[in-house]
Write a protein that binds this ligand. Structure first.
Ligand code: G3H
Length: 497
């Protein structure tokens, strides 16, 4: 069944769209008269700058310089609206999960997990806000001044999520942003737009007019003018640092813009000579290839001590060979079609470049392509002349670099423009202890003997250098989308009593 949408949510209304539309093709191919082709699954409006700016105006009006109904509403009332929304959202579970699967090719079980994780995240956010709010209802008395320390909203938020977690990562910014009293304009990712449609009506019903506005269209035509208007107070984007930097520069008062960003990463595994090889192989497979390596937290380069390198790549190649490749609805499938049409050609370019500079594809069928499928490739030995050494491939390629001295991977991280996470493998506790500080001073999370990941969602999620700005997580996101403010009064003899 195809989903053809002709509306968008602006200023509390589902507005009808009569202009041009975008056709959405699934990465899942079907047999046609011209051979296998990506299946058409729906269409959505390609709004112009005009509709985007009207939707932004609606958010500005609803915020009304902090005097609007939403930013002045009590925390308890805002929580009530979000609770109502999440109940409505649960009614759409099947439909949203199906659309995740068809739009981005995520396996059915992971699509359902993405939905469930999002609902859990919303409930955890509500609980965390209740705790924060409890703190802000206390008075602190210092030097004769009584103060109530609160968290106040920041204004109008422009929110853009990524294609790989189109529901979950979008909502890890959208929900904390609104629950803290901000108003919002949301543009769904290009791959991962249709799946938001079943939720629009719930947004409209559960929040006051103008608090949540959703616009569809081509990001590069509508988003720049939103930034140029100077009316966006917070930019939140999970995507590339290039796009984030370009957008920030367009804001006329960039020093007044808060940016909460989850960006590029090139997370490394560092496998020392004291590592448990079997465990390192297992975790590298999961870390590099879950959802075909299309995670910002995926392992994107593996450094392995030369004494273990041959054995490691052999075992890794064998393990890759056991992974199930197939359609997203098949049970136990790990490798599925890739949603970005340009990706197979780009991955082939990375492989060719690595081969040209002396690497080999170590596993059978490594890198083979079939329509939107790309079979994972283990490349070895990778060196600094290759694209794969520095570029974030965001796909199923595992570059393996042998090292002699532990300073080599550490120097790699120091020189890197990225700084999200590292996975460190060693069974020697003295060695581990000596490496943790040098590593954690380069990246924002060091994982010992396990793959990199974002969760559990209560943990802070951020990155150094070009990998992030601001911190997300259940509690940190509430802080990121608000400012600490106080209401203070001098104590007199009368009010002291
Ligand atoms: O794409 C980046 C996501 O934050 C990855 O999240 O580690 O839970 O898969 P995850």
């Amino acid at each position: 069944e195809e989903l053809h949408q002709r509306s968008y949510l602006s200023d509390g209304e589902m507005k009808t769209w009569n202009g041009s539309i975008h056709e959405v093709y699934s990465p899942i191919c079907i047999q046609t008269a011209d051979g296998l082709k990506r299946k058409l699954i729906g269409t959505y409006p390609v709004c112009t700058e005009k509709e985007a700016n009207e939707a932004l105006e609606a958010a500005v009006k609803a915020y009304n310089n902090g005097r609007g109904q939403w930013p002045t509403m009590s925390v308890a009332q805002r929580i009530e609206c979000v609770e109502k929304f999440v109940k409505r959202m649960l009614e759409q579970k099947e439909m949203v999960a199906k659309l995740i699967m068809w739009e981005i090719g995520k396996s059915w079980s992971d699509s359902v997990k993405e939905f469930d994780r999002t609902v859990e995240y919303i409930y955890a956010t509500i609980d965390a806000l209740k705790d924060l709010d409890r703190d802000s209802s206390r008075f602190t008395i210092e030097q004769g001044i009584a103060a109530q320390i609160r968290r106040s909203p920041l204004g109008v938020v422009l929110c853009m999520g990524p294609f790989n977690y189109p529901l979950n990562e979008t909502f890890t910014t959208l929900i904390p942003a609104i629950i803290m009293g901000n108003t919002l304009l949301f543009k769904p990712p290009k791959h991962g737009t249709l799946l938001h449609y079943p939720l629009l009506e719930a947004f409209r019903e559960c929040f006051p007019k103008g608090v949540v506005n959703t616009i569809y269209g081509r990001g590069h035509t509508i988003v720049p003018s939103l930034m140029q208007s100077g009316k966006v107070n917070v930019l939140t984007l999970i995507g590339s640092s290039k796009v984030a930097n370009e957008l920030k520069k367009l804001h006329p008062k960039v020093n007044r813009l808060r940016a909460i960003l989850g960006l590029d990463a090139k997370n490394a595994a560092v496998i020392t000579k004291n590592a448990d090889l079997k465990l390192a192989v297992q975790e590298t497979v999961l870390g590099s290839l879950s959802f075909n390596g299309q995670r910002c937290t995926a392992l994107k380069i593996v450094f392995v001590h030369r004494s273990l390198a041959e054995q490691f790549t052999q075992q890794l190649s064998e393990a890759v060979g056991t992974l199930k490749f197939g359609m997203p609805w098949e049970s136990g499938v790990m490798l599925t079609p890739l949603p970005e049409p340009h990706k197979p050609a780009y991955l082939q370019e990375c492989i060719d470049d690595a081969l040209q500079h002396g690497a080999k594809v170590m596993n059978e069928n490594g890198g083979k392509q079939y329509e939107s499928f790309v079979y994972p490739a283990v490349l070895y030995p990778v060196n600094d002349k290759m694209k794969l050494y520095r570029e974030e491939q965001f796909g199923p390629l595992i570059p393996v670099v042998p090292f002699d001295d532990i300073d080599e991977p550490i120097q790699y991280l120091i020189d890197s423009t990225h700084g999200q996470q590292v996975s460190l493998f060693s069974n020697d506790t003295t060695e581990l202890a000596s490496l943790i500080d040098p590593l954690v001073n380069q990246v924002s999370r060091v994982n010992i003997n396990c793959q990199c990941q974002r969760g559990p969602d209560v943990f802070p999620f951020t990155g150094r250098k070009d990998s992030a700005e601001g911190t997300l997580s259940v509690v940190d996101a509430l802080r990121s989308f608000s400012i600490r403010s106080l209401v203070a009064a001098k104590l007199t003899d009368e009010n002291r009593r």
